[in-house]
Design a protein around this ligand. Sequence first.
Ligand SMILES: Nc1nc2c(c(=O)[nH]1)N[C@H]1C(S)=C(S)[C@@H](COP(=O)(O)OP(=O)(O)OC[C@H]3O[C@@H](n4cnc5c(=O)[nH]c(N)nc54)[C@H](O)[C@@H]3O)O[C@H]1N2
Ligand SMILES: Nc1nc2c(c(=O)[nH]1)N[C@H]1C(S)=C(S)[C@@H](COP(=O)(O)OP(=O)(O)OC[C@H]3O[C@@H](n4cnc5c(=O)[nH]c(N)nc54)[C@H](O)[C@@H]3O)O[C@H]1N2
Ligand SMILES: [Mo]
Length: 748
Amino acid sequence: MTDDKKTSHPYPKAAGGIDAVLSSTRHALEQMGPIRAARALYRVNQPGGFDCPGCAWPDPQHPTIGEFCENGAKAVADEATNRRIDAEFFAQWPISALLEQSDHWLGNQGRLTQPMVRRPQSDHYEPISWPEAFALIASELRALEQPDQAIFYTSGRTSNEAAFLYQLFVRLFGTNNLPDCSNMCHESSGVAMVEALGVGKGTVSLEDFELADVIVILGQNPGTNHPRMLSSLQAAKRRGAKIISINPLKEAGLVRFKHPKQPFSSATELTDLYLQVRINGDVALLKGIMRELLDEEQRCPGEVFDHAFIAEHTAGFEQFTQALQQVKWTEIIAQSGISRQDIRAAADIIGGAKNMICCWAMGLTQHKNAVANIQEVINLLLLRGAIGRPGAGACPVRGHSNVQGDRTMGIWERPPAAFLDRLGKTFDFAPPREHGFDTVEAIKAMHHGRAHVFLGMGGNFLSATPDTALVAEALGRCRLTAHVSTKLNRSHLVCGHTALILPCLGRTETDLQDSKPQFVTVENSMGVVHASRGRLAPASEHLLSEPAIVAKLAMATLADCALDWQSLIDDYDRIRDLIERTIDGFEDFNQRVRTPFGFTLPNAARERRFETATQKANFTVHRLPDDVLLPGQLLMMTIRSHDQYNTTIYGLDDRYRGIKNARRIVLLNPEDIAELGFEPEQSVDLHSHFAGELRIAPGFTIVAYDMPRRSAATYFPEANVLVPIDHVATRSNTPASKSVVITLANAR
Ligand SMILES: Nc1nc2c(c(=O)[nH]1)N[C@H]1C(S)=C(S)[C@@H](COP(=O)(O)OP(=O)(O)OC[C@H]3O[C@@H](n4cnc5c(=O)[nH]c(N)nc54)[C@H](O)[C@@H]3O)O[C@H]1N2
Ligand SMILES: Nc1nc2c(c(=O)[nH]1)N[C@H]1C(S)=C(S)[C@@H](COP(=O)(O)OP(=O)(O)OC[C@H]3O[C@@H](n4cnc5c(=O)[nH]c(N)nc54)[C@H](O)[C@@H]3O)O[C@H]1N2
Ligand SMILES: [Mo]
């Protein structure tokens, strides 16, 4: 085999640098051409411009031109592409033939340009007018026996304005069936933090990163998924802060970074202590670190724990420390895979630092015991009094650019009663009180014939959810599936009886309503709400904005609704006025959001007010997880490559991991490969084992990789067929897609 054909290559010495600049330029030019590329990228994350559709990492208050990253540029290029899909494309391509194509190919065909319908039994999408499309959805919705038989999914790019109208429409229609991508993402963080701190959001701002002395990064790969975060980490390091990275893989972006704006400067070593924890070994590791801190505190009372904070602001400290003393070191070391010496080193760094921030993402949230993972992080922060103090706090790093805002707007299948009370009062109706379906429950409801209509506001429900084959059956049983989308994806190809594609404007595009340009608003990962204005010409004259689609759907569906939906669409300020009347923290919304950097929503925990059951921040006690791997079994995590945005595949490389031109790969420890009797570059089938059920994904190439024993890594969404629908996090119901038990078999 020549070197070029091999999937695995040495990985780069540093993340960022000139390669990042070259890669973003190549994607931008390929998709947009030079003029559109320059126009689009000039406006990203600038006051008066649009919010990057990449991740939810906040923008600095003093942006310089080019305030985006390689992967932000790819996200912009993907939306602002010059390529188009029209009616002729769908006439040429039967749905059955499109299903044979890869996700990469589907996404590369360009922007959707007009509404399309797939009639029952047909193998083709054909054009449909907007009024007919709305009438069709309305008639299917009105034909349901109960509103709870419809499902209204949301992905996290939807603006605050669209999200607010959408949840209002859905609740006026009569259901709380509002599952969203958050159910698969940071739901575990929300559940864990609400119980422990009284807020479901992070407690830090970007300025806190300028004051932190130690930053702990768990289960997150910012070099790929939040590249702008590396600038904050670099600045922190240059000030002398320490970084501890906790991750089974040695992610290049956590090791070394070269700022792409200074590609010829020297690289910064980011991580001081890299702990290659076993998959799902975090509870054990965190307990180990806290145990060391406790021992040190007992040796030097008052030196390690923040007793004033603990006494005044927390509950459950005694039970917590008692339980911590019971944990056996042998179990901590076996489960975490980290030596006592390294655990001690982490405790020394943490104990010696005044201000600590803990950041985390999917490596903690997508496990059976995800809520426990996050609550152990909170326990650690509480011991050090590291909540509600400058330079310290909890930082769950969100994914989609407005996933946090969508929740604030009420996209939530379990809305708090107080939210429904206010909504009912503002709009003079009785909102449904029963909790709706989350993502996993929605799949089961469709599969069992308890839900018959699926509407997706963005996203790619089929490919993003676990157990792909089962979800395909579930969607196939619906009377209607309809997707509001910018780009073609696999969810459009697995149709209900009737299926609709409703193409919408993207964030980069001008949104004219009643001949006036509108802007929308978004909330980033740190609770800052700001405006986003698209400036590019829309991909097609037939596109509608998301708020307009929701309003027209509401007008078609809700016969006796007194609300003047059209006037809301004519001027989005009117939507914002209604948000202000319904949701706390949005006082003078229209005025404050017009300031260059927007405004920050209140966050009680940041002010050391804990709106929990005890009115204190709660320590929580968790058992060690009881994962048992039988001989030959491995624990598999499904992760993102550098060339994808969730289910959108930009390319086939994973540069920071040295992978070229391959996505159906499985990363394994070299010793496991040998012990199991396989070889690198060999093709294998992956078998997933859960509760006596077997799921198979054929044809994965083995790649030897520096990672803990008995662990495996594959890419999402290719490996989603292996994630069992019932394998979910306790209490948050998030699919446990980072702990799937697999075995390897010779490829059939
Ligand atoms: N370019 C780009 N940007 C994105 C996205 C994208 O797909 N592409 N997606 C967006 C979205 S929606 C989200 S939610 C975020 C996701 O951002 P991340 O959470 O960074 O994404 P994942 O690839 O799922 O990475 C999880 C990381 O956790 C590690 N990990 C897995 N299991 C464990 C474990 O048990 N313990 C520990 N300590 N670590 C573990 C993996 O090795 C990996 O480094 O990124 C957002 N930004
Ligand atoms: N196995 C496994 N599964 C996972 C994960 C994992 O780590 N492992 N991660 C989970 C996570 S964290 C998340 S957030 C979910 C993501 O789940 P989703 O949010 O459902 O998926 P995306 O791939 O982000 O959705 C992409 C589609 O959104 C549409 N789109 C893009 N921009 C816009 C827009 O502005 N408006 C509208 N209306 N549509 C738009 C395009 O048509 C595109 O095809 O996946 C989850 N699934
Ligand atoms: Mo996410």
